[in-house]
Design a protein. Structure first.
Length: 139
């Protein structure tokens, strides 16, 4: 198993910010995260093609899937004891901005949510990399 030293927070941030118009790569030698947006910077297309040919050194991060996001939200809701908050969040499962806006009125639960979400994203990414024979270790 190949070990790659990374800053997990950077990888989570890249995973959260992925879109159909951008790509993030992990440098397997340094653990650095590299961002590319070929729509905004056409020259990125050529760089990405070169990185894709260097699979021993660079790995493109997966895109966040909608079903995964929904499942993380559902899993968090299952941990909430406050029935009023639970109901509000269940009604806004499909809308990320409204889901987070509701949590703004509940400081403790908001902090718990972000920790829960980050932990779930970190575990998901660690498992994804393990499936590629790569073990992420914190720098």
């Amino acid at each position: 198993m190949r070990q790659v030293p990374v800053t997990t927070a950077w990888i989570i941030n890249a995973f959260e910010n992925s879109s159909q118009h951008s790509e993030y790569y992990i440098d397997l030698q340094t653990g650095d995260v590299r961002f590319f947006s070929p729509l905004d910077f056409p020259e990125h297309e050529e760089i990405m093609k070169k990185l894709d040919k260097q699979s021993e050194r660079f790995v493109k991060l997966p895109k966040m899937e909608r079903e995964f996001c929904l499942q993380v939200r559902k899993d968090y809701i299952a941990t909430i004891e406050n029935q009023n908050l639970k109901g509000q969040l269940e009604n806004e499962l499909d809308t990320d901005a409204r889901y987070r806006r509701i949590l703004m009125d509940y400081e403790d639960e908001r902090r718990q949510w972000y920790k829960f979400q980050n932990d779930k994203y970190a575990e998901h990414l660690k498992q994804w990399f393990l499936g590629k024979g790569i073990e992420l270790v914190e720098k």
